[in-house]
Design a binder for this molecule. Structure first.
Ligand SMILES: Cc1cc2nc3c(=O)[nH]c(=O)nc-3n(C[C@H](O)[C@H](O)[C@H](O)COP(=O)(O)OP(=O)(O)OC[C@H]3O[C@@H](n4cnc5c(N)ncnc54)[C@H](O)[C@@H]3O)c2cc1C
Length: 412
């Protein structure tokens, strides 16, 4: 029987395992942690956003430079396929107002993982936890350490599967097992790895101590945000003691990172009134203020209550004295200079990883025929909104098909 070794028990590895087992392969999965799917479960903490219902072209566009490749990957395993897959495991999903796809309320992430592992067991997938991949051995071999064995260094051994899938994840939230420690093992055999960088993470702004103390964590709803002169992203911004976070900030991480790498400045421009036509905004700002203080005027004319006056005092102390035109310009493009991105380990996902030049169309390593790569360990990034998990599922399904077709066609 043809055997495949899958290293890494995240969504990409588990999906590859299922699809290969369904095609009659003998599947052994090796996971360094004591349990599989740790980051998958973490992903469920803030709303378990599995995918997105938006149209295929828009969807593929979320993967930036890799949109064409992901267009094909998503065609092979789409958001609709993902929903059908979950339903087959007894987990119904729904499309939220934003187009995001979630499991229905009664299903927790752990329920989905439990049902999935049950299915894998039925299919005969052998899941070996506390088994760390240590590197390659010869042409087809894998060097592994069984950390269950004894209390010392564990037992090391070599296996020689017909094919291998590496699905070792990115390099954030190391406590879930995605520690990026695999990089030297790939570089050793000449695989180019693009340095990791935080993606979907907060941006740091040098707030004064007064602002940090007074404002703390405060959401700003219904805002628009852009980087320098780039396109605007709508959503909810969260002011934090270190700077800003939230969906629009995460979506703009690639542009912030690019501006910082280019030597800056990386300035987020915050539009506090994106729904108000410019003429209406101006008209409201031209109203006589009377005896009202500036904060009172902002509240009355534009419903801009706390913490906006404090934010204005922080980044534009002259705001209270500006003429209506200049104030309108400020309120629709309040500059927040970014000093850096949050550390890699805090990021929701990672940019960087195995360069696409290192794999062929099947996602097989050019340096090591028979070894395939799936999930976040490849060099792609996408915003939050279900695109990350869908990308992992789709690459997992893709390598499974590539492996089974490759051998069916007698290419090996
Ligand atoms: C806080 C948070 C919230 C998120 N929310 C969402 C969301 O709502 N929607 C969404 O789409 N995405 C979300 N994500 C992202 C999503 O969880 C990841 O993109 C996804 O889990 C990556 O899957 P993967 O299979 O590529 O890798 P991982 O899930 O990282 O799995 C890789 C596995 O490989 C194992 N491994 C590593 N090295 C070795 C080795 N040497 N030997 C053996 N095993 C090894 C690791 O222990 C790990 O279990 C979130 C992430 C975080 C951190």
């Amino acid at each position: 029987m043809k055997s495949v070794a899958i290293v890494g028990g995240g969504p990409a590895g588990l999906m590859a395992a299922q699809r290969l087992a369904e095609r009659g392969w003998q599947v052994q999965l090796f996971e360094a942690q004591a349990t599989v799917g740790r980051k998958f479960l973490v992903a469920g903490h803030g709303g378990f956003n599995l995918s997105n219902a938006e149209d295929a072209t828009l969807f593929a566009g979320r993967y930036g430079a890799e949109r064409a490749r992901f267009g094909a990957l998503l065609e092979h395993f789409s958001a609709a396929d993902l929903r059908a897959w979950a339903a087959d495991l007894g987990i119904e999903t729904f499309v939220g107002t934003s187009g995001r796809i979630f499991p229905v309320a009664e299903h927790k992430p752990a329920d989905l993982l439990r049902a999935w592992l049950g299915r894998l067991r039925e299919l005969g997938v052998e899941i070996n936890t506390r088994h760390r991949w240590l590197g390659f051995a010869g042409n087809m071999g894998l060097h592994l350490r069984d950390e269950n064995a004894g209390t010392g260094m564990g037992r090391t051994f070599i296996i020689e599967p017909t094919a291998t899938v590496l699905a070792l994840g990115g390099a954030s939230w190391a406590k879930t097992g995605s520690d990026g420690a695999w990089v030297p093992l790939l570089q050793e055999i000449g695989v180019p790895v693009v340095p990791f960088a935080p993606a979907n993470c907060g941006a740091e702004v040098a707030w004064s101590a007064f602002f940090q103390e007074k404002v703390g964590r405060t959401p700003l709803k219904n805002i628009a945000l852009r980087v320098n002169e780039g396109p605007a992203v709508r959503g909810e911004l969260m002011l934090t003691d270190y700077g800003v976070e939230g969906t629009p900030v995460y979506a703009l991480t690639p542009q912030v990172r690019a501006a910082l790498v280019a030597g800056g400045p990386a300035v987020l421009h915050l539009n506090l009134k994106p729904d108000l036509p410019p003429a209406t905004l101006l008209q409201k700002l031209r109203q006589p203020r009377g005896k009202a203080s500036f904060p009172e005027f902002l509240k009355k004319a534009l419903h801009l209550g706390p913490p906006i006056p404090t934010l204005l005092r922080e980044v534009a102390p002259e705001a209270a004295t500006l003429e209506p035109e200049a104030l309108a310009a400020l309120l629709t493009a309040l500059p927040l200079p970014v000093t850096g991105l949050r550390p890699l380990d805090e990021a929701i996902s990672t940019a960087g990883g195995i360069a696409f030049s290192a794999v062929d169309d099947k996602l097989m390593l050019r340096q090591r025929p028979g070894t395939f790569v799936a999930g976040e360990m490849l060099d792609w990034e996408a915003p939050t909104g279900g695109y990350l998990l869908q990308g992992c599922f789709s690459t997992g399904a893709w390598v499974a098909r590539a492996i089974s077709e490759d051998w069916r066609l007698g290419n090996r």
